[in-house]
Design a protein around this ligand. Structure first.
Ligand SMILES: N[C@@H](CCC(=O)N[C@@H](CS)C(=O)NCC(=O)O)C(=O)O
Length: 201
């Protein structure tokens, strides 16, 4: 059985919980207090961070790497595109999402970041999401008609917009509509921790 070491408010852990629930197989989630980390976390992950996935002698860290492993291990429903061209495109979107948005999410998650750094991060995330918004007026999901791993990866940020105090302008309306579509998925709801549920009222 797979065990996921997960932070109860960690957006990266939420991605992995979401995929585990989409797959509907047996797994165990171990909640980790990131302010009081268990000693073995640093042994499992040299960066001493959650999420970490353990299955027998396999230990993985990095949310997107964990999610691709789960997707290949339990192919139904398949969350990475089946077609190599679309899969290549999807991986590129994931890469850019990390570089341009989730690097800033890490600033907002870092209690040692200065207020100035956090203000800048909020603004840049707001701008990045607003730039993405028009594509959601045309497409149901990030890669087109089908829900994919790329939607999974973005969703924890969309869930936290109020919590992070990120303001989006009117032109970003299509992305908020898209977000509601993701939030209604059964697996998304099941994967939320009580602390995450409390982030949106
Ligand atoms: N790039 C990593 C980021 C993981 C990450 O930033 N985890 C945070 C919690 S959200 C953490 O464990 N922080 C504790 C620390 O860095 O000491 C991923 O995608 O899994």
């Amino acid at each position: 059985m797979m065990t996921l070491y997960s932070g109860i408010t960690c957006p990266f852990s939420q991605r992995c919980r979401f995929v585990l629930f989409e797959k509907g197989m047996d797994f165990e989630i171990k909640d980790v207090d990131i302010f009081n980390k268990p000693e073995d976390l640093a042994i499992m992950n040299p960066y001493n961070q959650v999420p970490v996935l353990v299955e027998r002698d396999l230990i993985l860290h990095e949310s997107n790497i964990i999610n691709e492993y789960i997707d290949e291990r339990f192919p139904h429903p398949q969350l990475m595109p089946g077609d190599p061209v679309m899969r290549g495109r999807g991986r590129l979107v994931l890469f850019r999402m990390e570089k341009e948005l989730f690097s800033l999410v890490q600033v907002l998650e870092n209690p040692e970041a200065t207020n100035k750094e956090q203000v800048k991060a909020r603004e840049a995330i707001g701008q990045g999401l607003t730039m993405l918004a028009p594509s959601f007026a045309k497409n149901k999901y990030i890669l087109g008609d089908d829900f994919s791993m790329i939607d999974v990866a973005l969703s924890p940020l969309l869930w936290r917009l109020d919590y992070y105090d990120i303001k989006l302008g009117k032109s970003a309306a299509p992305i908020l509509k898209y977000a509601e579509r993701i939030f209604q998925r059964e697996a998304f709801i099941e994967a939320l921790t009580p602390a995450e549920k409390a982030m949106r009222r």
